[in-house]
Write a protein that binds this ligand. Sequence first.
Ligand SMILES: [Zn+2]
Length: 468
Amino acid sequence: MRNQLTEQPDPAYLKLVEDYSQFLPSPAQRLRFLRSALERYHRNPVAERLWLLRQLAFRKTVIEELVQHLPSSGPRPIGVRFIYWLYRIRYPVYFTAVLLLVVVTAVTMRWVGQRLVELATFSPATPTVVVIERPAEITKPESTDLPGYPSAKIWLVERTGEYEQYSNGCRILTEYEIFTERREYYAFRRSPTKKNPRFPVGVQRLKLYPERMQRPVGILYHVTQSDLVPFTSKFNYSLRRHTKALLEYIRQEKLYNYLIDRFGRIYRIVRDEDYANHAGNSLWADSDAIYINLNQSFIGVAFEGWWEAGVKVNPDEISPAQIHAAKMLTEVLRSKFNISDTNCVTHGLVSVNPTSYLIGHHMDWATDFPFKELGLKDKYLEPTPSISEFAFGYDKAFREAVGNKLWPGIALAEARLKAEAADLKIPLGELKRQLQHDFAVYRQWQKDMRGQDNDESAEGQKPHSEQD
Ligand SMILES: [Zn+2]
């Protein structure tokens, strides 16, 4: 206590006391004020004399003390009235200051928080937008990113009411987009799975294990086989009118997931997650599984145009802009759904007639699809699954339709069948009969299962509107 009393007050405090004493009229009052202000200095906690708060704390103390000594009546100089006023409003001022501090702190923290979230979200390792759906039942070990198509490399940059823009330059117009129903199908796996260790009853030769799937596993390329007008500016109006009519027809029939018009514009009609009526009776296979009737399992991408054997990439047939668009769209879809190169194939390669066991029921892109330009392996050069797996054949009409040039995969698939018959030591005809029988079993099994799943009309029953 003694120590405190003898301690010299801070010079800044002394100066304030002196300044404020001028407001008192008589020397006696001033003296009393000086004395009590000094006593008050020693009573105040040391903490209030800390550097930042010092000036404020000193002024507050001095004013509070001064107010005690000011005469209660008579005219007051303006300085005194100001001090009174300050004294009266001190609590609202403190309150406002604290409130301001709280608000500023909250806003700052919120901003910092948002910046941190942005940094985490937009870091190159985790692209924001393209959500790759991987249902739990997908257990394929190669379901990681594909070489050249990591999902981090192609992402949705912007989505508006009219289009989606992707990072590889692909712009998908969504004005015509519709829903059908969620994809739902069976992949016939070559080995038993945990979920299904059994193959359907009645199978004679080829044992496959059905596994229920919902994500698209492939892309099927089509040509719309629609009327073409010359590709010149003179026909600009007709070109646009044809595309518009085609889009409306495709939407009405739920025919494809995508249309690429002759200017290379990409329209999504049926959304990716839903089936479209594009494939009809068809089959394809990869190293893991066989897929029968591809409406549910493959995304349908149609080129506006007219296919015939020997079709060329040039403005009047299939335009270079369409090829470029198809390449970008293929990249987007492969990246989004982890679609393997093997399952990017054309309608002409997968279409079958299940009653006559002939391939090529639909012929679009049965030849001349520019696989290389789209960054894909040439599927004409690989054994055709309908022939190698289920012993489908072809006839004279097919041979003529492809310009008497059968794609090499047909001969490869036939050679494979022959070798298999030799291994099994049974006549080739007998092997073919067994495999065709198995196809009928799997096809019927799939139909029955789909019928139990829901009331949705079975695929392949709706007429395919492309011209045969
Ligand atoms: Zn087609």
